[in-house]
Design a protein around this ligand. Sequence first.
Ligand code: S3P
Length: 177
Amino acid sequence: MKNIVLIGFMGTGKTSTGRLLAGRLNRPFVDVDKKIEKETGLAISDIFQLYGEDHFRQLEREVISRVARYTNTIIATGGGVVLKQENMVRLKNTGIIISLTASLDTILERTSRRGVRPLLDCEDRAERVARLFQERASLYMRADYTIDTSCMPPHQVTEKIIGLLREGGYLRGRSKS
Ligand code: S3P
């Protein structure tokens, strides 16, 4: 079975939804950022601070090249995975891509905890979110399905994804409820 890959901006619910989806479908779950943290022994914010964004993107690319070879797995990516086309080519080869989106207000609220997302640790978070969102909007649209999570908690997004996968003929048999 193909992987199910969640992409989307920071704060759209990729990790929480991915974990729930994996539980519902009884499949393995991998979170790319968590894997990078585990393998380097460093928090993402420390990697940015110590080595810079380019270095993080190289680590991300390397982990993506490995997880894209998995099968049957739910993969939650970091928001910037779309910035490298080769990441998306690899993930698409073996997976169904589901893009999670949300309104800017929702993203700002969900990402308000400081120190976790280095790209948003700045004076004017609203401006930064709006700019990055705008720069990346067309990249997030290159998905098999897109779901607006602004008004949906992760368990509802999970059910929505299961419904879409069923309709698309990607899921057979019963999933746990
Ligand atoms: C990033 C998103 C983060 C993390 C890193 C860079 C981005 O992941 O990979 O801080 O460029 O959008 P989340 O989307 O899980 O917050």
